[in-house]
Design a binder for this molecule. Structure first.
Ligand code: BDP
Length: 671
């Protein structure tokens, strides 16, 4: 047991006959999956039917005990995976039509051509590697790509961007396109379309043109030719993901043009092939007073100016994938432009491969946030899935956490985040409780109990296992918020590693908006970023009643308090405690929560095979040590400003501030 099988553990399958009048690579996969994983009546027969059905969208399906009906082959495949999933989890098989919430359910791989993965914590890239024969496609490559494709298809993911948004221009040169083609050929039968991130300066760098100005005729022609060339390798190529004029990446602004000029030029080149542009709104410049406002300020004036095959890809929060942020105010505000959420599956700011954090609850919180943009109920989900605004394309992106590690994701429980992303992109209204339940039942299906030594086909279903472990997953994100960034604090991680605590980190000459003190603003008069009307006025970017609610410390949800307000240390919170005391309580609670997860896991261990059990146990220990460091670092550092005692009923810090600061070498790994 090494976790490599993910949630697809086909143990103890029963014989089944599959009837399907058509044949194709996709349908063969569907048949094979049924034969390998059937858990229904032994010797039953099941029919795969492709037919038009008004209630079914392209990828949708309808299930019964012995039939999968869909309008397309892909739909059949999704139906088969759903049927097999239900057989293993024991969920009822009902005849309702099931359709995906978003048309494009896409993973963004931040993989570099040399095989490294930006913010990847699970080993090297599955697509790229360094070395002399780095572009040779091996049997091993194909094997891992097939397994990857299958895992994605099983949860409805139908698109992948194969390279980093900080894109190397060479990705669209012929030698790399050969490999892209090889990957696309493996992904295709699983219903997955291939996309690439491009570098906006490619015309100058690769084509040796004088400029990459999107309005320059030669540049336009260069991209048209390049797109044509790409489609000759990958006839169903999906399109481009673009990070432009952001964090040092080239973009249209280098030439005095707008994001719309840049995006539309590429969109026009892709249009004849039905390709699309996913243009990222992750932009901010060093000099602005409030980084959180900038994407909105730059993009709102462009609303309505984008072509219909452009989607603006917006990170869930206005700053950057923090453990907790309010939703980005761009959701719902851009009314004449297609917008898609970008979630981060890889745990850049949430403990890498070391912490157990089930991200589904965080995404659910964002997706179900009400923007009020079209009255009550205008949730982020409804503003992006086509329910409120008509979008030609709807999509949801997740920054992938997959690498060459045997268990794919570094931490076994990080697999649950990959799973949750796929499930939410398929059904944006699923509850995290349901997703955790499914994942546990599937991931521990047939697990060998270290107590009885037997493979227990009900391991995941045993209430002694399922209930507490599920609760641990559901509590895990709030625990991380508590011991890292409670009450609306954000971006106080150490330097570039974004892992351990670093509220002090501010080297001379560093861009202020890359340092924690910019965000926490701790001083003798209090702590927090003033984004009220008298501060940076970021509240104004939200629709009423949110703008007023966030603007007033008394009505601002406490979980966002220090996001929107600079509050005196003795400010009274709803609990009756002062802000300082509450902060101490939150950090302490976070540590205690992780301690309690250790107990939950140790107790549940008897139902799990020992390898996976021990691995998670080890990681929980690391998380505990780290949670303690977070608490001690933040409390002792902030105490220099609050000058108030840590409430005496709480455990005292056990690490000294000067030692922690000394040990922080900026890579976030020093602890
Ligand atoms: C930040 C990451 C950086 C990414 C950037 C992005 O630290 O590595 O390149 O986001 O999303 O969170 O472009």
């Amino acid at each position: 047991e090494n976790g490599h099988q993910l949630w697809l553990r086909y143990k103890n399958a029963k014989p089944v006959t599959v009837i399907c009048s058509k044949n194709s690579p996709t349908l063969s996969i569907a048949k094979q999956e049924l034969q390998n994983g059937w858990q229904g009546e032994p010797n039953a027969s099941i029919t795969l039917t492709i037919k038009k059905d008004k209630a079914l969208k392209d990828d949708g399906f309808r299930l019964s005990q012995n039939e999968v009906i869909a309008a397309t082959e892909k739909g059949v495949l999704y139906g088969v995976y759903e049927l097999l999933r239900r057989q293993r989890t024991g969920e009822a098989i009902t005849g309702e039509a099931e359709n995906p919430s978003y048309q494009i359910r896409i993973l963004n791989h931040w993989d570099n051509p040399n095989g490294s993965v930006e913010r990847g914590y699970a080993g090297h890239s599955i697509f790229w590697r360094s070395g002399p024969d780095s572009l040779t496609v091996t049997q091993n490559d194909k094997k891992i790509w097939t397994e990857y494709a299958r895992a994605n298809a099983s949860i409805g993911i139908n698109a992948s961007v194969l390279n980093n948004v900080n894109a190397s221009p060479k990705i669209i040169t012929p030698e790399y396109l050969n490999r892209v083609k090889a990957i696309a050929d493996v992904l295709r039968p699983y219903g997955i379309k291939t996309y690439l991130s491009i570098n906006f300066s490619s015309p100058a760098i690769l084509g040796k043109l004088k400029t990459s100005d999107p309005l320059d005729k030669a540049v336009i022609k260069w991209w048209q030719d390049k797109v044509k060339e790409i489609y000759s390798y990958v006839p169903d190529f999906g399109g481009f993901l673009v990070k432009a004029s952001s964090e040092g990446q080239p973009g249209p602004q280098d030439f005095g043009r707008t994001h719309a000029d840049g995006a539309n030029m590429l969109a026009d080149a892709l249009k004849p092939y039905n390709g699309i542009v996913m243009w990222r709104a992750f932009v901010y410049s060093p000099n602005d007073k409030d980084r959180a406002k900038q994407a909105y300020n730059e993009f709102m004036p462009l609303d309505g100016k984008f072509k219909d095959n452009v989607i603006i890809q917006v990170k869930n929060g206005p700053v950057d994938f923090q453990p907790r942020e309010p939703f980005s105010p761009l959701f719902g505000a851009m009314k004449q432009t297609s917008v898609m959420p970008e979630l981060q599956v890889t745990m850049e700011y949430l403990g890498h491969d070391k912490y157990l954090v089930f991200l589904s609850t965080m995404w659910e919180e964002v997706l179900q946030s009400d923007t009020y943009q079209q009255g009550e109920g205008s949730t982020v989900a409804r503003c992006t899935d086509g329910s409120i605004y008509s979008q030609k394309y709807t999509a949801m992106a997740g920054v992938s956490n997959v690498g060459l590690d045997t268990n794919w994701c570094g931490h076994l429980f990080n697999q649950a985040n990959w799973y949750a992303f796929g499930r939410l992109a398929w059904n944006v209204n699923l509850k995290s409780e349901q997703i955790a339940d499914e994942w546990l039942k599937l991931t521990f299906y047939g697990a060998q109990s270290s107590k009885s030594g037997e493979a227990n086909y009900n391991a995941g279903w045993n209430d002694n296992f399922l209930k507490p472990v599920k609760q641990m997953m559901l509590d895990s994100r709030e625990a991380a918020v508590n011991f890292m960034t409670p009450l609306g604090l954000h971006h106080i991680m150490s330097a570039n590693g974004h892992y351990g605590p670093g509220p002090w980190w501010a080297p001379k000459g560093m861009r202020a908006d890359w340092t924690p003190p910019y965000y926490h603003q701790a001083a003798e008069n209090g702590i927090g970023f003033d984004r009220t009307k008298t501060g940076s006025d970021a509240v104004e970017q939200y629709h009423e009643p949110l703008a007023s609610q966030f603007n007033d410390a008394a009505t601002c949800p406490e979980k966002y308090l220090l996001w929107f307000h600079h509050v005196p240390w003795d400010y009274k919170l709803k609990s009756g405690r002062t802000l300082w005391d509450e902060l101490c309580y939150k950090y302490d609670e976070g540590v205690n929560q992780v301690r309690s997860f250790q107990k939950v896991w140790d107790k549940a261990g008897v139902y799990v095979d020992s390898t996976r059990f021990l691995e998670v146990q080890r990681k929980l220990r690391i998380q505990c040590v780290n949670a303690g460091l977070w608490k001690d670092a933040c409390l002792l550092y902030f105490q220099q400003f609050s000058k108030m005692p840590i409430p005496y009923e709480l455990e005292r810090p056990v690490n000294n501030l000067d030692v922690m600061m000394y040990n922080d070498r900026g890579d976030g790994r020093s602890h």
